[in-house]
Design a protein around this ligand. Structure first.
Ligand code: A2P
Length: 338
């Protein structure tokens, strides 16, 4: 991308060696974000490590209070405690902080932004911080926004099928090592997951409230905040599946005004950021994480009228959780701010 004024920006990526951080670097490079310099930051462990940025290489520095001098955009993905400590430091140094952790998402003074849904919210950022929502929430609201605008959502029932990359680089390594062990008939010794992840499904999130996981409550609270509508009911069940990358979601949606699967398909066909896959059973023609991985859109398919609740629909929503669910969403926010 060429900035109209020919301007370019200093961009820091905090957590540059992690699963999302690496994707942030790739996304900045692939989208030709107008960078004059990229600052790759991680823990002391990674200082001196060399990362690829397109055809060039960048050396990782240890994150510290002085890391943000001259930085225009600071993209954070190094966990909530790092964001809580260094987000305000980066903002004070003059950077616009776009934070992928959960640290600031529900702070009333921090906008929670999905560009296709509520980019206007990013204008008001008294703390200099913009939060990137949870990966499962992002792909769901991109698919729901055009439907909400047309018929006002009353209730969402969502079950997720979440990939291991959402838990970080080490979690993917754990899945692959476990799969090798199972195939070789050896005992499984988990290093990141709380048990066997290979050839299994589990709920591996922290407990939230009322027996809901933190991940489930994020989907409730973040959906309402992004859509700007606290009346939306969200009934979530989040599940981890042995997929490397790409989250899937089965979503039931009930509306205040009339809706049909046909009308929803029409709306989704024209929706920003969405690819409607309208051949429910043709091989490779319905949304699948293996195909979505490495790509930008939110894929929506299997759009059906509900059999029991008149005016409600069911659909299947798939996206690359590291891209639209994290890195791409953050870079898109930055793109729209320049
Ligand atoms: P490092 O590789 O040096 O540990 P993932 O989500 O894939 O596990 O990645 C987490 C990212 O956050 C990594 O880049 C990791 O750096 C970084 N990170 C974790 N803790 C800190 C910290 N205390 N300070 C700076 N970066 C951190």
């Amino acid at each position: 991308m060429t900035h109209p004024a020919g301007k370019s920006f200093v961009v820091a990526v905090v957590g540059a060696t992690g699963a999302v951080g690496r994707e942030m670097l790739r996304t900045l490079e692939q989208r030709n974000f107008p960078v004059s310099r990229v600052v790759a930051l991680a823990s002391k462990r990674s200082a001196g490590k060399v990362l690829a940025f397109g055809k060039s290489e960048i050396v990782v520095s240890e994150l510290g209070p002085q890391s943000f001098a001259g930085v225009d955009f600071a993209l954070f993905s190094a966990g909530a405690s790092v964001s809580r400590e260094y987000g305000p430091i980066a903002a004070k140094a003059g950077a616009i902080v776009i934070d992928n952790s959960s640290a600031w998402r529900m702070d009333p003074e921090v906008p929670l932004v999905v560009p296709e849904v509520n980019m206007d919210a990013a204008k008001h950022r008294p703390k200099g911080i913009i939060a990137n929502p949870n990966c499962s929430t992002i792909q769901m609201v991109v698919a729901l926004k055009p439907l909400h605008d047309a018929a006002h959502i009353k209730h969402i029932v969502v079950s997720t099928y979440q990939a291991t990359s959402g838990k970080g680089h080490a979690a993917v390594e754990d899945l692959l090592a476990q799969a090798r062990a199972v195939l070789d008939g050896k005992p499984v010794t988990p290093s990141v997951f709380p048990g066997q992840m290979a050839f299994n499904v589990m709920s591996d999130w922290k407990t939230g409230e009322m027996d809901y996981s933190e991940e489930e409550l994020k989907m409730v609270n973040e959906t309402r905040k992004i859509m700007g509508d606290d009346s939306i009911g969200v009934s979530p069940t989040t599940v981890r599946v042995p997929v490397v990358n790409g989250h899937s979601e089965a979503v039931f949606v009930q509306f205040h005004e009339p809706m049909t699967a046909e009308k929803a398909k029409h709306l989704l066909r024209n929706a920003e950021g969405v690819v409607l896959m309208d051949e429910p059973y043709a091989p490779g023609k319905h949304p699948q994480p293996a195909q979505a991985s490495g790509t930008d859109p939110v894929y929506v398919g299997r759009v059906r009228d509900d059999l029991a609740v008149k005016g409600a629909i069911n659909m299947f929503v798939v996206a690359d959780n590291l891209r639209k669910g994290a890195a791409l969403n953050a870079v898109q926010i930055a793109e729209r701010l320049i």
